[in-house]
Design a protein around this ligand. Structure first.
Ligand code: ZN
Length: 369
C-alpha cells in the first residue's frame, strides 16, 4: 500500500541551503522578500512552506515544530496570516466555485504530500484581481503578532500578458507592509521582472541528490527496484520521481516505448495520432505533456550513455540496444535540443500541430543524420 503522507515540516533536504535561510530568523533579520529559484522538483515549494511555518513557529530551533497551533494551521492551509497564491485559469469556462473547489482539493493533497504540484487545468496566469485582494488584506491590521506571509508559487506567472500583476506586486514590495514576508517560488527566474528580482533575496536551489530522492521515496515505497528506477530516471526531480513511482515501471516503459516507436519510424497513422494526442495534452494538461517529453529526454540520455560505453538503466537495455543498432549515427545532442524546444512550445503559445509536425520531421532527420 502506497502511503505518501508526510507534511512539509518533515521534509529534510537541501540542508546546506536550509541552514542558510533560517539564519535570518536567528539573527533577527528576516527579509521582506525571498525568491526560491531553481529547477522543477528541487523541493522549493516544500521548503518555502516549511520556511513560512518556521517564521511563525515559537517552538522552532532548526525546524518548525509541526505541532504548535501556528504550525498546525499552516499545515492545513488555514492560517489567517498566510496567503498562498498560485496561477488560476482566467478562462470563463470554469466557474469561480469550480476553481475554488479544485484549489481546496489540491491544497488537501499538498498538505499531505509537499511535492505534489498544485495544478488547476488551464491555469497560466495570476490575475491582477488576486493581487488587489491580497493588498487589501495585507494592509488590514493584524489581529495577532504572527508574521504575515505571502507565498507565490509559479511566480513567473505574474509576468504573463501585460505583467500588470507583476507591477502590482512590485509596488507592494517597494513599500512592504510591516511584519510581512513574501516568498516567491519559480522554476523560471529569467521570466520575472528584473525590478522584482532586485527586491528579493535570491535562494538558488540545486537539483536534489539521488540519495535524497531514494531516502524520501523509501519512506513510503518498499519496492527498492522501483525506487532506484524512479531516482535514476528523474534526474534530481522529486515531482517526477514520485510520479514515476506511482505509475510503476511498466506504465513508464509503455509511455517511453510508444514515443520511441513513433519517432523511430515514419508511419502516417501513428504520426497523426501523436500530433492529435500531444496537441490536446499541451492544451489541457501541460503537466502530463511535459512529463512525457521529460521521460523521453531521460531515455535519450540513457541511450547516449550506452552509446559512449556507460551503463544504462537495466530496464532500458533491450530497447536502447535496438535503437543504437538502427541509428548508429543519430545526433542525440540535436534531438535533445529539439525536445527542449517542443517542451517549451505550449508556453510560447505556438500552434501545436505545426510544432509537433516539425518536431517529428526534425527528429527523423537527426536520427538518420
Ligand atoms: Zn510550531
Amino acid at each position: 500500500m502506497v502511503n505518501e503522507t508526510m507534511t512539509f515540516t518533515n521534509v529534510k533536504m537541501q540542508s546546506a541551503l536550509w541552514e542558510r535561510v533560517i539564519l535570518s530568523k536567528k539573527n533577527n533579520r528576516i527579509g521582506s522578500a525571498y525568491l526560491f529559484s531553481g529547477p522543477n522538483g528541487s523541493a522549493k515549494e516544500a521548503l518555502a512552506l516549511k520556511f513560512s511555518a518556521y517564521l511563525n513557529c515559537n517552538e522552532s530551533t532548526m525546524e518548525p515544530c509541526g505541532i504548535c497551533s501556528s504550525c498546525k494551521r499552516i499545515i492545513a492551509f488555514q492560517h489567517e496570516n498566510h496567503h498562498l497564491i498560485v496561477p488560476i485559469p482566467s478562462d470563463k469556462q470554469i466557474s469561480d466555485s469550480d476553481k475554488r473547489n479544485i484549489l481546496i482539493t489540491e491544497l488537501k493533497i499538498k498538505s499531505n504530500n509537499p511535492f505534489h504540484k498544485i495544478s488547476i487545468p488551464k491555469a497560466k496566469t495570476i490575475p491582477i484581481s488576486i493581487i488587489r485582494n491580497l493588498k487589501k488584506e495585507l494592509f488590514l491590521k493584524s489581529v495577532d503578532s504572527d508574521r504575515k506571509i505571502v507565498l507565490i508559487f509559479d511566480a513567473h506567472a505574474l509576468c504573463t500578458g501585460d505583467a500588470s500583476s507583476a507591477n502590482a506586486i512590485l509596488k507592494i514590495l517597494e513599500e512592504p507592509p510591516n511584519n510581512t514576508t513574501f516568498i516567491l517560488v519559480s522554476d523560471h527566474k529569467a521570466e520575472l521582472l528584473p525590478t522584482i528580482l532586485s527586491r528579493c533575496q535570491i535562494i538558488n536551489f540545486p537539483i536534489l541528490q539521488n540519495d535524497e530522492i531514494i531516502s524520501y521515496l523509501s519512506s513510503y515505497e518498499s519496492d527498492s527496484e522501483l525506487v532506484d528506477f524512479a531516482a535514476e530516471l528523474s534526474e534530481g526531480n522529486m515531482n517526477y520521481a514520485q510520479r514515476i513511482c506511482r505509475n510503476g515501471i511498466n506504465d513508464i516503459m509503455q509511455i517511453i516505448k510508444k514515443l520511441v516507436a513513433t519517432l523511430m519510424a515514419y508511419n502516417e497513422k501513428n504520426w497523426r495520432v501523436f500530433i492529435q494526442e500531444y496537441s490536446r495534452m499541451a492544451n489541457n494538461n501541460l503537466n502530463d505533456y511535459k512529463f512525457h517529453f521529460f521521460l523521453f529526454q531521460s531515455w535519450l540520455k540513457q541511450a547516449n550513455n550506452s552509446h559512449i560505453g556507460l551503463n544504462e538503466i537495466p530496464a532500458f537495455e533491450e530497447i536502447i540496444k535496438n535503437f543504437n543498432s538502427k541509428f548508429p549515427d543519430a545526433r542525440l545532442d540535436k534531438i535533445n535540443c529539439m525536445v527542449e524546444d517542443i517542451m517549451n512550445a505550449p508556453k510560447n503559445n505556438f500552434f501545436m500541430p505545426i510544432q509537433l509536425t516539425n518536431f517529428l520531421i526534425g527528429v527523423r532527420k537527426n536520427l538518420l543524420n
